[in-house]
Design a protein around this ligand. Structure first.
Ligand code: TYM
Length: 332
C-alpha cells in the first residue's frame, strides 16, 4: 500500500474548519487505502514561544480531536513528533542540504517573521520547513495530504529528496502533495479573500471545531457575503457564498450544482440558516467524542505510545540508511 504522512500543529487548541476540510478529513479517508502516518507536530509548535503546560495539554487535545474526527489507531499510526527523535536527527542532515536562499524563499517564514520582527524570529522558525522535510522523508511517504498553504513546503521536500538521492544514491521516496482542489483553501467567514487561520486577528470568521454549536451557528449566520442575491459558486464574483457552498457541500456530500438548484430563488439567509444547522450537527458529536478521549487520558496516552513505537520502527530504518549514505560510521 502507498504511504501517506501528514502533520498538524497542536497550538491552536481547537482545530478549525479549514484544518478539518483541508486536511484531516482526507487523513480519515486515506486510512483505508494507504499505510498512514499522522503526527501531532509539537517540535514545530515551539518555533514560537509556548507555555509548557499549555503545550502539553494542547498536544493531548490535538490527538483527542484527531481520534474524534475519525482516525482509528488500528488503521493508522497516530503519534507525537517529539516521541520519535529521528525527526530532529534527520532534520540536521537535511539542514545541511538546504540552501540558505532556498529556505529564505519560504513564504510562510517570510510572512511570520515579518509579523514578528527579526529579533523575535527564531532560527527554529527559519528551519521549520526543513524539519517538515524530515517528517515526510523519514516515512518514505508517497503522498502528503495538506491544504494549499503547505504546497511550497512539499515542493521543498521534493527538491531536497531529489538532491539527496542524486548526491548519495537513491534513498528517499520523492513525495507528491495530496491537495483536493475544492477544499484546498477554506476562507475566513468575515473576509473571504484570506484563508481561515488560527492566527486571524478576529475569531469571528473562524469556525473552531470545539466551539459550542450555537457559537458556530452565529458565526455562519453573520458570514460576510456579497451584495447580490443569487446563490452560485463563483470564487471571483462571490467568494463568500462560494466558501459557504464548499463547506456545505463537503460536510453533507451534496454536490455544489445540486445545492445551487436547491437554493435557486432563495436568499442568502436561507443558505446560512441551513448551513448553520449542518455545521452544528457536525460539531456537537465531535465535541462530545473529543471530551470522551480527554476524560480517559490513560487510553489516549497508550494510543500515542503505541503510535510512537510503530513510527519509530520505520523512522529508525530510514535514518540509519541516510546516515550510512552520508558517511557516518555506524555506532557499532
Ligand atoms: P497546520 O497545523 O497549520 O495545519 C494543519 C493542516 O490544515 C491545513 N489548513 C487548511 N486547509 C484549507 N484551508 C485552510 N484555511 C487551512 N488552514 C490550515 C494545512 O494546510 C495543514 O494541512 N507545517 C504544517 C504541519 C506539518 C506537516 C508536516 C504537514 C509539520 N510537518 C509534514 C504535512 C507533512 C502546519 O503548520 O500545518
Amino acid at each position: 500500500r502507498p504511504r501517506v504522512l501528514s502533520g498538524i500543529q497542536p497550538t491552536a487548541g481547537s482545530f478549525h474548519l479549514g484544518n478539518y476540510l483541508g486536511a484531516v478529513r482526507q487523513w480519515v479517508e486515506l486510512q483505508d487505502t494507504h499505510d498512514a502516518f499522522y503526527a501531532v507536530v509539537d517540535l514545530h509548535a515551539i518555533t514560537v514561544p509556548q507555555d509548557p503546560e499549555e503545550l502539553r495539554a494542547a498536544t493531548r487535545l490535538a490527538a483527542a480531536q484527531l481520534l474524534a474526527a475519525g482516525l482509528d489507531p488500528d488503521r493508522c499510526t497516530l503519534f507525537v513528533q517529539s516521541h520519535v527523535p529521528e525527526h530532529t536527527q534527520l532534520a540536521w542532515v537535511m539542514n545541511c542540504l538546504t540552501g540558505f536562499g532556498e529556505a529564505s524563499r519560504m513564504t510562510q517564514f517570510k510572512d511570520k517573521s515579518a509579523r514578528q520582527g527579526a529579533e523575535a524570529t527564531t532560527v527554529g522558525l527559519f528551519t521549520y520547513p526543513v524539519l517538515q522535510v524530515a517528517d515526510i522523508l523519514l516515512y518514505q511517504a508517497d503522498r502528503v495530504p495538506v491544504g494549499e498553504d503547505q504546497r511550497q513546503h512539499i515542493e521543498l521536500t521534493r527538491d531536497v529528496a531529489e538532491r539527496f538521492n542524486s548526491r548519495y544514491g537513491h534513498t528517499f521516496t520523492v513525495p507528491s502533495p495530496y491537495i483536493l482542489r475544492e477544499t484546498a483553501k477554506i476562507y475566513d467567514l468575515q473576509d473571504p479573500t484570506v484563508k481561515m487561520s488560527k492566527s486571524a486577528a478576529s475569531h469571528k470568521g473562524v469556525i473552531s471545531l470545539l466551539d459550542e454549536a450555537k457559537v458556530s451557528a452565529k458565526k455562519i449566520r453573520s458570514a460576510v457575503t456579497d451584495t447580490g442575491t443569487e446563490i452560485r459558486h463563483d470564487e471571483k464574483e462571490k467568494p463568500g457564498i462560494s466558501n459557504l457552498l464548499v463547506i456545505y457541500s463537503t460536510l453533507t456530500g451534496t454536490g455544489i450544482p445540486e445545492l445551487e438548484q436547491q437554493y435557486a430563488g432563495k436568499g442568502y439567509g436561507a443558505l446560512k440558516t441551513d448551513l448553520a444547522e449542518v455545521v452544528a450537527a457536525w460539531v456537537a458529536p465531535f465535541r462530545e467524542r473529543t471530551q470522551e478521549y480527554l476524560d480517559d487520558p490513560g487510553t489516549l496516552d497508550s494510543v500515542l505510545a503505541k503510535g510512537a513505537e510503530k513510527a519509530r520502527a520505520v523512522a529508525a530504518e530510514t535514518l540509519a540508511a541516510a546516515y550510512g549514505k552520508v558517511g557516518f560510521v555506524p555506532a557499532r
